[in-house]
Design a protein around this ligand. Structure first.
Ligand SMILES: Nc1ncnc2c1ncn2[C@@H]1O[C@H](COP(=O)(O)OP(=O)(O)OP(=O)(O)O)[C@@H](O)[C@H]1O
Ligand SMILES: [Mg+2]
Length: 460
């Protein structure tokens, strides 16, 4: 028989299941724990106790050893099979050393002797509950980390599927891959995916070329010998060395100095480089490069070597902006809600239809990273299990409400006129931010200025 004693105490209260065939015993133990602020469930034999362990969230089971039918020791073993995280404290009147030892071996947390002393049993159960909590916490952190570290590419749009297809096909080869795309579109994620699917045993080493000062970039990448330059007090391996047998991800490749560009070209052509002050080293690191710049324009402007560009551009993958694949938004919202609810230990949230509509209408100039930040913020700030418009940044709600619905033009409308209207509406939508408008339109900011300039007379 299962008796639920007091009404359940909400929240983080410890739940204890007391199992004993002697009712008076169960009742007195129950009183002890209720007074401790714990939630108490009771059972009078092993079978129903096990059933409760299966169906309720129980932290600690306190069970008598000698009961008719299934003994406390067998109950312990069964509990450890169905729910290994549940801690078990056993009580016995004839506490022989052997059964205590066996019980501990089978996974009991503790053993207390009857007649029970209140302080002893309370202390033992409190400690068991604490251990249970720590183990549980540890486990969920581990799961979380695992989830975070094997990040998958979420999305079902044809544009994204094409990207994933090309990345998967390129992965096992040694070919250099150039990943292009606006900020926050998932370039690094694509690079990691290529590495994960390459079958390479070595590490994935990421270098943000823009974040490393120009003066030390060369030694960071290629390493140096002791005394190679002032301050080089010891020999140091570079990132190329660490990426041996693996993948070197060169992020923001457009930021490389001319000197490093030459060295990188040599790596791509000959598979070798020279550490500063050192001898030639051969490398088999696979190179994946990324940039949100227009590399061809950089070549045109003489800032990036043309020969290097062609060497890097063997397989080019362009991560599409989020606004060009709206069908992925709902999937990404769901994905990030799952991730950040778990991370913040909150119940799994889902979006209301109107919140989702607002997100679907928004242009996401910062792409997936912006969406991810929006969801993380909403999870942290919201109270309920539904993500509503209120949880979204004001700017998104406002922007999406002022989003121009669509244009209609008569056949034969001069292109120039169409262009002007589209540019002006986009500018209004971007609240006058010309670089955002340019990004939305897929043109350079300079072009916006130029196009508006020719029509400055009718600027509103
Ligand atoms: N398709 C996707 N599915 C799941 N997460 C994604 C996806 N695309 C991007 N992300 C996440 O969005 C964030 C930004 O992605 P990432 O860092 O790869 O972008 P990026 O293109 O390298 O940006 P930047 O140019 O600013 O460096 C990361 O947290 C990444 O995991
Ligand atoms: Mg990046």
């Amino acid at each position: 028989m299962i008796v639920e004693s007091k009404p359940p105490i909400e929240g983080d209260a410890v739940t204890v299941l007391v199992v004993d065939d002697e009712r008076s015993n169960v009742e007195s133990i129950e009183r002890i724990f209720v007074r401790e602020g714990m939630r108490v469930l009771t059972a009078f034999e092993a079978k129903s106790a096990l059933e409760m362990v299966r169906t309720h969230r129980i932290h600690v089971v306190v069970s008598d050893v000698s009961m008719p039918g299934t003994s406390g020791l067998d109950l312990l073993k069964a509990i450890k099979q169905v729910s290994p995280a549940v801690e078990v404290v056993l009580m016995t009147a004839f506490g022989t050393v052997e059964s205590a030892v066996q019980a501990m071996r089978d996974g009991a947390y503790d053993f207390v002797e009857k007649p029970l002393k209140r302080v002893n049993i309370v202390k033992s159960v409190r400690q068991a509950a604490e251990r249970q909590r720590l183990v549980q916490e540890n486990q969920s952190l581990k799961n979380e980390l695992k989830r975070l570290s094997n990040r998958e590419i979420v999305g079902a749009s044809p544009a994204l599927r094409r990207v994933i297809d090309v990345a998967s096909q390129a992965a096992p080869s040694a070919a250099t891959v150039l990943v292009l795309g606006e900020s926050g579109t998932g370039k690094e994620l694509i690079a990691r995916t290529i590495h994960d699917r390459s079958g390479r045993k070595g590490a994935f080493i990421a270098v943000n070329c823009a974040a490393i000062p120009e003066t030390i970039l060369e030694s960071e990448l290629f390493g140096h010998e002791r005394g190679a330059f002032t301050g080089a007090v010891a020999r140091k391996d570079g990132r190329f060395a660490r990426a041996q047998g693996g993948t070197l991800f060169l992020d923001e490749i457009g930021e490389l100095t001319p000197q490093v560009q030459v060295k990188l070209l040599r790596v791509l052509q000959e598979g070798e480089y020279e550490p500063l002050g050192g001898r030639v080293v051969r490398t088999d690191a696979r190179i994946v490069a990324a940039t949100n710049r227009d590399l061809e324009a950089e070549v045109g402007a003489g800032r990036f070597r043309e020969d290097l560009f062609y060497r890097l551009n063997v397989i080019a993958i362009t991560a599409p902006p989020l606004r060009a694949r709206r069908e992925d938004i709902a999937l990404l919202v769901d994905h990030f809600l799952g991730l950040y609810c778990a991370k913040n230990r909150k119940p799994r949230m889902s979006p209301s239809q109107s919140a989702l509509d607002r997100l679907l209408d928004y242009a996401f100039p910062g792409n997936v990273r912006e969406l991810e930040n929006v969801i993380e913020r909403a999870v942290v700030l919201s109270r309920g299990e539904v993500l509503t418009e209120v949880d979204l940044p004001e700017s998104i709600v406002r922007a999406s409400q002022t989003m121009p619905v669509e244009f209609s033009f008569a056949v034969g409308t001069p292109l120039d006129e169409i262009e002007q209207r589209v540019i002006k509406e986009t500018l209004r939508y971007a609240k006058g931010d010309k670089s955002l408008a340019a990004q939305l339109l897929g043109i350079s900011t300079r072009t916006i200025y130029r196009k508006l300039d020719g029509h400055s007379a009718d600027e509103s």
